[in-house]
Ligand binder design. Structure first.
Ligand code: UGA
Length: 445
């Protein structure tokens, strides 16, 4: 048996990799995190998290200090210093299809395998189409230097942005696919802390592990599109989807989580994961899955169009030269991530129709501006609301639900707010003279 604890390398230092690296250091292991982006690595090494993720800066500072965590641009260096290699690179949607782009995963696995200086275990964490891991195993075996033993397992990650640190340190479950008895023991050792706290440990084969991940996200996406479909009925029938969600959510078989109707899901995961799963299901001939996922995607994208149409209507048929105040740019609160952000999607569409759009987000102003340089980003809720004909709440930051409707009433042109996340205290806003239009809460479409 080993005299010392296994050492860890983490390949890819994005939201997932950086959080995983810092969390593994917190769990007591020695960790080297690698990324080819020199500016990013320099930031981390200087104790600066180059994106918004609550709590990650403290964890980073603690383990730069403890000496258990360091960063490098040199993958080979990271691999040489470790026994277990986590692959945490992105698998974005391809530009020309719904398929996942696996170039980064392939390159990472190949580079780790080639760089091995002693026996090691490669642990895939990236979200991949089912069947990828088996190919990566063959690739790793083929590229590992002669005489060096390499194993490849898949250990999907379920962290949420904005809650990444807590989710990583206290996962609901640890799923490990394709592990030998030796690798399984190693993974159990790495996750001993969370397991002792009650995280379930699920050992399975490679394809099951890959599918657990995307099925979880597909189910969450389905819950959201389901409640948005029900919200459509609620609007037509004059019912209130929030009370309805609470009421059905008391049934533990249903559960209240992920039943908030509104602008729908975005971000770097749910949209691209359901599309990649749709694509892969098609390849595998699983056509019912294709149909279901297509509906989920369509309902979701339809919510954005619905809010655009509601805005047009609230502005009197056209937004040309109208001032539209937009509260929210991030795809959800507590992140500066604007990948596939429903909020920015709506803001950009209104801008294209000739509206003067002023956007405020407490964290995503910078990332938003980089993605949509033609949109005007302003500083503060009041600045976004200033002289607006219609005010839109597109991300449910506390800053927006906490804003004072009476104060905002003073600065707008028209007191009309579209609460696309159903997050405002409607009574308080109405008392301040506002017309509040929500989604699925009985307001006319
Ligand atoms: C999601 C999953 O929740 C994680 O478990 C998973 O690990 C991650 O993807 C991933 O694959 O990496 P994340 O993308 O950070 O995490 O965001 P979520 O908290 O899931 O929210 C996704 C979107 O759904 C947001 O746009 C949010 O506004 C929307 N949403 C969420 C709703 O519209 N209604 C709800 O009731 C809940």
């Amino acid at each position: 048996d080993r005299a010392t604890a296994p050492r860890i390398s983490v390949i890819g230092s994005g939201y997932l990799g950086a959080t995983h690296a810092a969390a593994m250091a917190e769990l007591g292991f020695e960790v080297v995190a690698a990324d080819p982006d020199a500016a990013k690595i320099a930031a981390f090494q200087a104790g600066v998290v180059p994106f918004y993720e609550p709590g990650l800066d403290e964890l980073l500072a603690r383990h730069l200090d403890s000496g258990r965590l360091r960063f490098t641009t040199d993958t080979a260096d990271a691999v040489a210093a470790a026994d277990i290699h986590f692959v945490c690179v992105g698998t974005p949607q391809r530009a020309t299809s719904h398929a996942a782009n696996l170039d980064y995963v392939e390159a990472a696995v190949a580079e780790v395998a080639r760089s091995l200086t002693h026996d090691g275990v490669i642990v895939g964490k990236s979200t991949v189409p089912v069947g990828t891991a088996e190919r990566m195993r063959e690739l790793a075996t083929a590229l590992a230097p002669a005489g060096i033993d390499v194993e490849l397992v898949w250990n999907p990650e379920f962290l949420r942005e904005g809650k990444a640190v807590g989710d990583t340190l206290h996962p609901d479950r640890v799923v490990v696919g394709g592990a030998s008895a030796r690798a399984e023991a190693l993974l159990r050792e790495l996750y001993a802390g969370p397991i002792s706290e009650g995280a379930a440990f699920v050992a399975c084969d490679l394809p099951t592990a890959e599918l657990v991940k995307v099925s979880a996200n597909a189910f969450l996406a389905t819950k959201i599109s389901f409640i948005n479909a029900i919200a459509e009925i609620c609007t037509a029938a004059g019912a209130d989807v929030r009370t309805l969600a609470d009421a059905i959510g008391y049934d533990p078989r249903i559960g209240r989580a992920f039943l908030d109707a509104g602008l729908g899901f975005g971000g770097g995961c749910l949209p691209k994961d359901i599309r990649a799963l749709m694509h892969r299901s098609g390849e595998l001939g699983a056509l019912q899955a294709v149909g279901l996922l297509q509906q989920v995607d369509e309902i979701n994208m339809g919510q954005r169009q619905k809010v655009i149409d509601m805005t047009l209507q609230a502005a009197g048929g056209s937004v040309l030269n109208r001032r539209i105040g937009v509260l929210g740019a991030a795809f959800k609160p507590l992140t500066d991530d604007v990948r596939d952000s429903p909020a920015l999607n709506v803001a950009a569409a209104l801008h294209l129709r000739g509206a003067q759009v002023g956007v405020f987000d407490p964290a995503a102003g910078e990332t938003g501006r980089r993605m949509f340089p033609t949109l005007s980003f302003v500083d503060g809720v009041a600045a976004a609301a200033q002289a607006s004909d219609v005010l839109l709440v597109l991300t449910e930051w506390d800053d927006f639900s906490d804003a004072d409707p009476a104060e905002l009433a003073q600065v707008v042109h028209h007191r009309t707010v579209i609460d696309a996340r159903n997050c405002l205290d409607r009574g308080a806003w109405e008392a301040a003279g506002w017309t509040v239009i929500g989604l699925g809460v009985g307001d006319a479409p």
